[in-house]
Design a binder for this molecule. Structure first.
Ligand SMILES: Cc1cc2nc3c(=O)[nH]c(=O)nc-3n(C[C@H](O)[C@H](O)[C@H](O)COP(=O)(O)OP(=O)(O)OC[C@H]3O[C@@H](n4cnc5c(N)ncnc54)[C@H](O)[C@@H]3O)c2cc1C
Length: 398
């Protein structure tokens, strides 16, 4: 019997895969992807499953889970191959400020990589502490939090290019990063394919050497984090303290994976913050947050709204759920396949944050989507603003 996606995703939902490969090396991953593509078999590439909502029916093809790990200093810090535990020389001394390029294997848990950089006194990704999932998935949607995103440090990545049939190296500029967006993500969204053209094998990030884990580091770019650290926005705070405060802020919002806490059984933020013409702001109630977001191609001024605020003010408070109605034919365990009338307390908005759609322990994918649909439609009806999902939804739709 094949693996169920519910066992491998943070929302703990999703049916079985027809075939399952755990790739423990890059070559195993490439081989599995190549074999599925050659056979015309649908392919889904899985990292940590923290941004994936798979249909209850499962995946009618091969799931390749990327499970190869490793951290390697490539440049600076007397670069040595594959020697993650022997890099204490990375930090400190008279070389403070020096650039250090670190390569992280795609299957390496992202937060372990962040913790490693902080321990080794390397500045640059500490504000991205606590984001679940794999390093290889971070460029896919240009993960970000607390004023930082991966595009600020990513130099290049190595990927298996399924179209070219070879390993390629893509520089940051070729990835066309945007807000929760990249050319890799668009290669799925624009074609409807369940996997991207490029399968990331490793990423190279450029960090800066601090003079020790307790030394001042990157400018703090987010108001809430600055207040927690008791420093002015744009100024510095010690590396290890930034990580600790980010983890604490995230945990309070249910944004650090915790097997004991259903508020974290989600894909994190379910909706991206909508970017709309500035004129839309005038139609919203006073107090609706809006941040400058550049201009559209035709010159229209744009603002970024807060999806969490819109959800809350459209009447969906923390913990919002839906009553159960009679189960319908066709869904798993006798529950409806069409998404109507589901949830019944099995799924809800997180009790800690209005942006997360959570599994309370017994939800199906459709249960979670039903809550998300209700929220999306309610925000549209109340404010006329479209919310767009952040996670990849495979084999079903919002
Ligand atoms: C509690 C919680 C908090 C979160 N907080 C944040 C946050 O603050 N900021 C943020 O940006 N995100 C956040 N997320 C979302 C998620 O953690 C990130 O998007 C993460 O990078 C996904 O990694 P993953 O390995 O789990 O991806 P998966 O869910 O395994 O995959 C996501 C998509 O990427 C593709 N993919 C995965 N690996 C590769 C690869 N190596 N090459 C090509 N494609 C690949 C998959 O096919 C899929 O389409 C949060 C999620 C949770 C559950």
């Amino acid at each position: 019997m094949s693996e169920r996606l519910a066992e491998h995703t943070t929302t703990r939902v999703g049916g079985p895969a027809r075939a399952w490969v755990t790739a423990r090396t890059e070559s195993e991953a490439i081989e599995a992807v190549r074999a599925a593509d050659a056979a015309g078999e649908p392919l889904f590439v899985l990292g940590g499953g923290s941004n994936t909502l798979m249909a209850d029916a499962g995946f009618p093809g091969t799931v390749v889970r990327l499970a190869f790990e490793g951290i390697e200093v490539r440049e600076g810090a007397e670069a040595r191959e594959g020697d993650a535990d022997d890099q204490d020389s990375a930090a400190g001394g008279d070389r403070a400020g020096e650039a250090v390029v670190v390569r992280v294997a795609a299957g390496h848990p992202w937060d372990d990589a962040v913790a490693w950089t902080v321990e080794h006194g390397l500045v640059g990704i500490e504000a991205l502490s606590g984001i679940p999932g794999s390093a290889g998935a971070t460029p896919v949607q240009n993960v970000g939090a607390y004023g930082a995103d991966v595009s600020q440090v990513l130099v290049s990545l190595r990927a298996w290019d399924r179209e070219a049939g070879q390993v390629v190296e893509l520089g940051a500029e070729e990835l066309e990063f945007g807000y929760r967006d990249s050319i890799i993500k668009r290669s799925m969204l624009e074609t409807g394919a369940p996997s991207p053209r490029w399968i990331v094998l490793s990423i190279d990030v450029r960090l800066r050497r601090a003079s020790g884990a307790a030394e001042p580091t990157a400018p703090v770019r987010y108001g809430q984090l600055a207040s927690a650290l008791d420093v002015a926005e744009g100024t510095h705070a010690p590396l290890a303290v930034v990580r600790r405060e980010v983890l604490a802020l995230r945990a309070a919002k249910g944004m650090v994976s915790d097997p004991q806490d259903p508020d974290t059984w989600s894909t994190g933020s379910y909706f991206t913050n909508p970017i709309v013409p500035a004129a839309v702001r005038a139609s919203l109630p006073e107090g609706a947050p809006a941040f400058a977001a550049g201009r559209a191609a035709d010159g229209t001024e744009l603002v970024k709204l807060s999806a969490a605020w819109l959800i809350d003010h459209a009447g969906f408070a923390k913990g919002f759920g839906l009553p159960d109605v009679a189960p319908r034919e066709g869904g798993p365990d006798g529950r409806g396949a069409d998404g109507a009338g589901l949830a019944g307390g099995r799924a809800s908005v997180s009790t800690k944050h209005t942006l997360a759609m959570t599994n309370r322990g017994d939800a199906s994918t459709e249960d979670v989507l039903m809550i998300a649909r209700t929220v999306r439609d309610g925000v549209k009806a109340r404010f006329g603003v479209d919310l767009h999902p952040e996670p990849m939804i495979i084999g079903t739709s919002l």
